[in-house]
Design a protein around this ligand. Structure first.
Ligand SMILES: [Zn+2]
Ligand SMILES: [Zn+2]
Length: 96
């Protein structure tokens, strides 16, 4: 029998793309290419849909470049935590 109501939670370590609240658990696996919102902001967004297209969001992070060790405080994407993150310079170098 299924344990209904006991949904699997994914452990994450990210911040809400809207208010910056620390999120440690999600009922789904974050895809990494879309911002994740806390429960409060999700509700808010559902209440007033639409707008905000084309706006490039930066994510506040607190990690180090896997290559040169430079501190990275902002990323244009949500780090997934399962791969190395490189600073802007190293990213450029790696891409050639
Ligand atoms: Zn939020
Ligand atoms: Zn670097």
């Amino acid at each position: 029998m299924d344990n209904q109501g006991d949904r699997q939670m994914f452990e994450v370590d990210i911040e809400c793309g809207e208010c910056g609240t620390k999120i440690t658990e999600l009922p789904f696996e974050p895809s990494g290419d879309r911002p994740v919102y806390c429960t409060a902001c999700l509700k808010e967004r559902r209440n007033n849909r639409g707008g905000g297209r084309g706006e490039r969001k930066m994510f506040d992070v607190d990690i180090e470049c896997a290559d040169c060790g430079t501190h990275i405080s902002q990323l244009p994407f949500q780090p997934r935590g399962d791969g190395p993150i490189y600073c802007f310079e190293c990213n450029k170098k790696r891409r050639g």
